[in-house]
Write a protein that binds this ligand. Structure first.
Ligand SMILES: Cc1cc2nc3c(=O)[nH]c(=O)nc-3n(C[C@H](O)[C@H](O)[C@H](O)COP(=O)(O)OP(=O)(O)OC[C@H]3O[C@@H](n4cnc5c(N)ncnc54)[C@H](O)[C@@H]3O)c2cc1C
Length: 287
């Protein structure tokens, strides 16, 4: 049986305090030898330089493969090629390819959908990059119908995505049902669940309303009550139980790996990995 791989997602730090905290988190999580660490970009592509600097920093300082998220927003095709050339030159050969969220002031990118960017990369770079794309077991908030969202996901697979990472979710059933739909449509790429540790209710509720992830009532009501009572310890303990249980179900179902949304903090992710025995998995190292 192959071991499930672990990967960690960070956002690019923007000031000295954030850099210090990112560096501590990077080093603690690097000890778990993840398959790779990925770095997000801001809405509208606003963090291009910081995303790149953070990716290069991870590879240089830890020797672990790092994957930039790249988007269709705020770039012309020359800019995208320049960025991809620079990544290849620096030994970065894994990407998370997204449309990106449209900036609040409006505007769009050089491509309308992530599939167009996947096609562009395959057309100009062949198979030189390993490409992960996003998918949504609870469906993307803009999707008109579940089936059309699935078919749009399939377009990304057919365009050459090697794997997919899900939006976070708290119901095992939605992942299982999504995988049945993928099989029905003939998709067989690895679909890695994206997992959000629970450490804070307001932040989780804010993210979830933005990205359309459901917080089941039995979870949300408890977290809300503890937050109102100022009981952070109960939030963390319950969050650890809930997310450990979800990951156990996913691992038993044979998921290819788990991708943790770390929010640049190590404690909750480390605890989950230890609870799940994923702290001894190991992974691929950057060349
Ligand atoms: C793992 C992961 C990492 C992420 N990282 C970031 C990040 O770093 N920065 C950031 O800003 N956001 C990030 N996001 C959020 C993501 O950018 C948003 O969810 C965005 O709204 C959609 O991106 P996508 O790549 O899934 O888009 P797409 O695959 O293009 O889909 C977007 C919507 O368009 C629909 N669609 C697709 N193709 C077509 C078509 N041909 N015609 C009509 N409709 C179509 C889809 O059904 C869907 O509703 C991430 C999400 C995930 C799951």
């Amino acid at each position: 049986m192959t071991h499930p791989q672990v990967s960690f997602e960070f956002f690019p730090p923007k000031n000295d305090e954030q850099i210090e905290s990112f560096t501590r988190t990077r080093d603690k999580l690097a000890e778990l030898k993840p398959a790779y660490m990925s770095v997000t970009f801001g809405a509208g592509g606003s963090t291009r330089a910081r995303t790149k600097a953070t990716v290069l920093n991870i590879q240089r300082e830890t020797g672990i493969s790092a994957a930039p998220h790249i988007s269709c927003m705020s770039e012309d095709t020359d800019g995208i090629r320049e960025l991809l050339d620079a990544y290849l030159e620096a030994g970065v050969d894994r990407l998370v390819v997204l449309r990106g969220d449209r900036p609040s002031g409006g505007g769009s990118g050089v491509f309308d959908y992530a599939v167009d960017l996947v096609r562009f990369i395959r057309e100009h770079y062949g198979r030189r990059f390993h490409i992960e794309v996003a998918c949504y077991p609870e469906f993307h908030p803009e999707a008109k119908k579940p089936e059309s969202d699935l078919l749009h996901f399939k377009e990304k697979v057919d365009a050459g995505a090697d794997g997919a990472i899900t939006q976070y979710f708290f119901n095992f059933e939605c992942y299982a049902s999504f995988m049945e739909d993928c099989a029905r449509l003939g998709m067989d790429i690895p679909v890695t669940p994206g997992i959000m540790p629970i450490t804070n209710y307001s932040r989780l509720a804010r993210f979830s309303s933005m990205c359309g992830a459901d917080i089941p009532k039995w979870i949300g009501k408890r977290l809300h009550a503890w937050e109102e009572a100022g009981d952070e310890r109960s939030i963390r303990a319950f969050g650890e139980d809930v997310v450990t249980g979800l990951c156990q179900q996913l691992l038993e179902a044979g998921v290819p790996g788990i991708h943790f949304y770390t929010l640049n903090r190590s404690a909750a992710t480390l605890t989950l990995c230890r609870n799940l025995g994923l702290d001894k998995v190991g992974g691929s190292q950057a060349a």
